[in-house]
Design a protein around this ligand. Structure first.
Ligand code: ADE
Ligand code: ZN
Length: 324
């Protein structure tokens, strides 16, 4: 099954590029940029990957990404990910990036985007992997800051597939960002948001109503609201579910108790993704294999999940047809 899953053409729609930073590269970049890390070694860092919640992960995630300083750093980060994704049989990737923590350290949007874009170009040339960029706002920071970042990104609007919303969910409802997402809509940008990962089902409805999003990242808590499930079903809103992430962050205790089978039983448009593969036990193939082992899904089930992702992707129709 693993080899069959590897050859299945897969699209990854929920991937934080900063969450692909492996400890070895983190230490290499820290040394190159003269940055002192809080951990003594790669092993000590890996031993710290013991999360009990989204926040405990985010604390480490933001510290780790502080080694990214130059265009070359962002290029190497993304290329290392693309190589692993290619080995996993991924043919299309939508990379989210979090500008705010980088801007705060004095790293410019130009540095981030030039590095990521050149990696995307090389991935297309070397691996025939297509890609799209999603600029995400941190929901635990002020909405005015997100608005300023959106305005600052003007030179790149035509190269952003969408804007997104991530980071600490509980206590930061989607409505906080209504004006920012209104502005993104006026600019012609597509919108997506994390919702219903740790936060309640209300945040999923809020993301649909207040932010007018076309996809929901995670969305696993939708099952707590029957009317919402009916809406997600009738509108076939794609959910970018991240099985291993949910287990590592204790959203579900074990994969066997994950609600994925129930989401499918309700006829929802589910896709499988890796979220932060360096931190959560591996990339797309590891997530697909884990689901095969936990739920006993067969080839038809995975074909449908991959089809959902390709249909929900920000991709031109010609390429979509070719990959489907
Ligand atoms: N940023 C990176 N990974 C995230 C996740 N799983 N949830 C919210 N924000 C994130
Ligand atoms: Zn995420």
């Amino acid at each position: 099954m693993k080899e069959w899953l590897r050859t299945l053409p897969k699209a990854e729609l929920h991937l934080h590029i900063e969450g692909t930073l492996e400890p070895e590269l983190m230490f290499e970049l820290a040394a190159r940029n003269g940055i002192r890390l809080a951990w003594q070694s790669v092993e000590a860092l890996r031993a710290a990957y013991d999360f009990d919640s989204l926040q405990s992960f985010l604390d480490l995630y933001y510290r780790g990404m502080s080694v990214l300083c130059t265009q070359q750093d962002f290029f190497e980060l993304a290329m290392a990910y693309f190589e692993r994704a290619h080995d996993d049989g991924v043919v299309h990737v939508e990379l989210s990036f979090d500008p705010q923590p980088h801007l705060e350290r004095g790293v410019t949007l130009q540095t981030i985007l030039a590095g990521l874009e050149s990696a995307c170009d090389e991935a297309r040339r070397r691996f025939d992997i297509s890609s799209a960029l999603i600029m995400s706002f941190l929901r635990d920071r002020p909405a005015q800051e997100a608005m300023a970042v959106l305005e600052q990104a003007a030179p790149w609007y035509d190269r952003l597939a969408a804007v997104g919303l991530d980071s600490a969910e509980v206590g930061n409802p989607p409505e906080k960002f209504t004006a920012v997402f209104e502005r993104a809509r006026a600019l012609g940008l597509a919108r997506i948001a994390h919702a219903g990962e740790e936060g309640p089902a209300d945040y999923i409805s809020g993301a649909l109503d207040a932010l007018d999003v076309c996809r929901i990242d995670h969305g696993v808590r939708c099952l707590e609201d029957e009317a919402l499930v009916a809406r997600l079903h009738s509108e076939q809103i794609p959910l970018t579910v991240c099985p291993l992430s949910n287990v590592y962050l204790k959203v579900f205790e074990r994969l066997e108790s994950h609600c994925l089978p129930a989401l499918l039983d309700n006829g929802l448009c589910v896709t499988l993704n890796s979220d932060d593969p360096a931190y959560f036990g591996g990339g797309m193939l590891a997530n697909f294999m884990a689901c095969h082992e936990a739920f006993g899904w067969d080839e038809d089930a995975f074909r449908e999940l991959s089809r959902n992702a390709l249909e929900a992707a920000f991709i031109d129709d010609q390429r979509r047809e070719r990959l489907l």
